[in-house]
Design a protein around this ligand. Structure first.
Ligand code: SF4
Ligand code: SF4
Length: 435
């Protein structure tokens, strides 16, 4: 086990036992597929189809000519029933294409990705691949790092440090060879000589599966201490390579690219099978009748996936898209699975933090400072944000916050720290402040 601890962090109960042993099974074919045109960071796509059009599985239904973007594909054959705004898991309304799937689907075929097979970047762009760890940053852009930085190392992120989520764990167990193949493709796209896969030591079976699948490939499996947020980019790079990414810089500044294990599999499928990103593994965990991992069609209403997991239990308090540390509470289950949906976690009333306002007193205990892996002063940023004092928010380096949620988790008075910090960050970004 690599012992290169990062500053701060915390150790929430991992609560993964409900789904870690559940093999990925096919998700349901819902009665409608809802495809928001903005499922990635960057410019939203424009719909390329109209109400009444027939579409094929794998057909591009949205795209835009912008560098930071990724096209959207239909995961089903069917008929477009609507083009208009819908509610997304992020709580905002976005333009979307809604499709009524044909009753009979051939999920073994699709419209092939139309890019040269030997051009990995172009294939990844055309396949609509984004970071599947949750950030949804367009992968082709990541494969095009600034020219002044030579990338010598690729780190595949298999930490999955968020409680409850096991989609990456199952992917490493069930698709180990594809994870390794995708890692090799990423390395060859950027000319990197070293490839590592970082996995926390609470997943010994995944470590074993990856080791047996390396099969002579020059990939090193690095076992990391289980500690939240080990899967955050800068913390992972430090643990695996000993390189510290400077403040305000991207991993490429230290010659490293990080990609999630699910993204590596999607890249392998795009290059080898010419398959666009139309499905992803989604963990449905917590207070549901039958916690599960599904290979869900992107655009499946979350309600349909929760139903396929037997439905919510009666003691549910709050349902979260993503994990409980960084996820977003859902106002409605009538929102679609998007490319960044790693899981849906139903928390019981006892587990759900009470909804508090900004007036909970800070008792200056310092725990949030000790827990912050970015060495920030969360209480100070939050109190300035609470008073709309944006200069103070900037002075305390709010834009360095990776929104890991450690500060909120450890705060004894349950101050809504990360929510206030996000508010402050959004205000700074709206003012054009750069890191
Ligand atoms: S301030 Fe940001 S980076 Fe620091 S603990 Fe809070 S959420 Fe995490
Ligand atoms: S953990 Fe909470 S109470 Fe303690 S210093 Fe931070 S904000 Fe204040």
């Amino acid at each position: 086990v690599t012992i290169r601890p990062f500053f701060g962090g915390t150790h929430p109960p991992d609560c993964k036992e409900g789904t870690a042993g559940r093999a990925v099974r096919p998700g349901p074919l819902p009665d409608r597929i809802v495809l928001p045109m903005s499922q990635h960071l960057g410019a939203p796509c424009h719909p390329l189809v109209a109400k009444g059009d027939r579409v094929l599985r794998g057909q591009v239904v949205g795209d835009v000519e912008a560098f930071i973007s990724a096209p959207v594909h239909s995961p089903v054959a069917g008929e477009v029933t609507d083009v208009g705004p819908v509610l997304t898991p992020g709580g905002v309304r976005a333009m979307a294409v809604t499709i009524a799937p044909d009753a009979e689907q051939d999920l073994a075929t699709w419209v092939h990705v139309g890019a040269p097979r030997d051009d990995i970047r172009a294939t990844v762009r055309a396949a609509g691949i984004v970071g599947l760890g949750g950030a949804a940053f367009p992968t082709a852009v990541k494969l095009n790092p600034p020219k002044q930085f030579a990338i010598d190392t690729v780190v595949i992120n298999g930490c999955e440090c968020e409680p409850y989520l096991t989609c990456d764990h199952r992917t490493m167990l069930e698709r180990a060879a594809d994870v390794i193949a995708g890692a090799g493709l990423i390395a060859s796209a950027v000319g990197a000589g070293s490839v590592f896969i970082g996995v926390e030591d609470n997943k010994p079976d995944a470590i074993e599966a990856l080791r047996s699948a390396t099969n002579g490939a020059e990939v090193e499996i690095v076992v990391l201490k289980t500690h939240y947020p080990q899967g955050a980019e800068k913390q992972l790079i430090w643990a695996v390579t000993g390189r510290a990414v400077p403040r305000g810089q991207l991993p490429s500044a230290v010659g490293v690219l990080v990609h999630n294990v699910g993204t590596a599999v999607a890249i392998a499928e795009a290059v080898e099978l010419r398959k666009p990103l139309m499905e992803r593994v989604v963990t449905i965990a917590g207070a549901v009748q039958e916690p599960s991992n599904f290979r869900a069609l992107i655009g499946t209403p979350i309600e349909a996936l929760v139903e396929a997991a037997g439905g919510l239990r009666s003691d549910v308090g709050r349902v979260i898209s993503g994990g409980p540390m960084t996820g977003i509470a859902l106002a409605s289950l009538d929102v679609p699975v998007v490319k960044g949906t790693s899981g849906v976690v139903a928390l019981t009333e006892g587990e759900s933090a009470p909804v508090v306002d900004g007036d909970q007193p800070c008792i200056r205990c310092g725990r949030c400072v000790e827990a912050c892996p970015m060495t920030l002063h969360p209480f100070a940023i939050a109190s300035h944000a609470d008073r709309r004092m944006w200069n103070g928010v900037e002075r305390f380096n709010a834009l360095d916050c990776i929104e890991c949620g450690c500060c909120s988790y450890v705060c004894p008075t349950r101050r809504p720290l990360v929510q206030l910090i996000k508010l402050g960050k959004a205000a700074l970004m709206a003012k054009g402040v750069k890191q």
